[in-house]
Ligand binder design. Structure first.
Ligand code: KG4
Ligand code: ZN
Length: 336
């Protein structure tokens, strides 16, 4: 059989990314133009600036992805793009470009969900991984527990009721005076800290609940710092990080137990965090569950994961029309 090459395009937030993936598992190229340096001076992502940057970069990033893969447009079987959720102006740049490439080549357009793309990073890292499995998607905008019943068939088990895990990392990092992006900088600071130093609260939200809440934890850190708490910044960072890891690991395991599933896959930018990975791994091992973690560069936003998700749309012949829209809010599980 001829190989299926899918071009993926990702512009939902502050990374302009394009990648080519063969047969849904082999990353032929993975190009990312990061805007971090630009947004850092504002302390966070400025949506209008992000859109303009995507517009400036998307063509060259796509060209670099193709040349990196040693392919031309004529070798592609389809073009996958993140259609939502995300910053609407940013998403529109990717969706408009993907439509143009698909139309010019007369190949299918594949519209994927950003969280679906994140969870697909696991298929790139573990080509033998098969549903069903639980996935915990932890990013700047989302904290979701999802049962992947089969490819493209999901059941939402729980989600955050307020701040996403990454948002909590970013806000607490800011309270600690760390530059954007907060999460990775907080992790570095926490390396020298004691995770037991401060007993920050965990929001369990009642017996059996698989929902999350992180705004109370963020406020607890804020109050601790306002009161002039004695712990060093390293200890505050480590204690906060452990409070997040504790709840994430406990609920991911509870989801696996409740659904009789033995595999748990982490995904999303926050899945790059070693404390969260290690805690989940050690607790999962004790109960005989298998854990899956994509390499860190596939956890944070990239287009290889988008191309991988697009491959499953391609196989299922779920093609998007050329009037495909972008959606700032976009549920993973849509009501039909
Ligand atoms: O998935 P992602 O790249 O973009 C979204 O879809 O949101 O996730 C970005 C989020 C940010 O909140 C960032 O601070 C967080 O992931 N993050 C981390 C780490 N690396 C990225 N949080 C904790 N520890 C990390 N090492
Ligand atoms: Zn993301």
């Amino acid at each position: 059989m001829l190989p299926v090459y899918i071009l993926g395009i990702e512009t939902s937030c502050d990374e302009t990314a394009a990648a080519v993936v063969r047969d849904g598992e082999a990353v032929a190229s993975n190009v990312i133009a990061s805007q971090i340096a630009i947004h850092r001076q504002y302390g966070g992502v400025v949506p209008e600036v992000a859109s303009r940057q995507h517009l400036e970069k998307v063509t060259e990033v796509v060209a670099a992805a193709l040349s990196g893969a040693g392919l031309g447009f004529g070798d592609l079987s389809g073009v996958a793009v993140t259609a939502g959720p995300g910053l609407i102006g940013a998403l529109l740049v990717g969706v408009a470009s993907a439509k143009a490439y698909a139309y010019a080549q007369q190949i299918p357009l594949l519209a994927v969900h950003h969280l679906e793309a994140h969870l697909c990073a696991n298929f790139l890292a573990y080509p033998d991984l098969r549903p069903p499995f639980i996935t915990l998607i932890v990013s700047g905008g989302h904290t979701s527990l999802v049962l992947v019943r089969e490819h493209l068939v999901y059941e939402m088990l729980g989600a955050t009721r307020d701040d996403a895990a990454g948002e909590a990392f970013d806000k607490v990092a800011r309270l600690l005076g760390l530059p954007y992006p907060g999460g990775p900088n907080l992790e570095v600071l926490a390396q020298g800290g004691d995770p037991q130093a401060v007993a920050f609260p965990r929001a369990w939200l009642g017996e059996g609940s698989l929902d999350f809440s992180f705004s109370g934890l963020k406020t607890a850190v804020q109050n601790y710092l306002k009161r002039g708490g004695q712990a060093r910044a390293e200890d505050v960072a480590a204690s906060f990080q452990m409070a997040v890891a504790d709840v994430l690991a406990a609920k991911a395991l509870a989801a696996a137990r409740q659904n009789g599933v033995s595999k748990i896959a982490l995904a999303g930018g926050v899945a790059a965090n070693s404390t969260i990975r290690n805690l989940l791994q050690s607790r999962a091992e004790r109960e005989g569950f298998n854990c899956y973690f994509p390499p860190k560069e596939l956890c944070t936003d990239n287009a290889a994961m988008v191309a991988c998700a697009g491959y499953y749309y391609f196989l299922a012949q779920r093609f998007a029309a050329l009037n495909q829209e972008a959606f700032a809010n976009y549920p993973l599980v849509r009501q039909h």
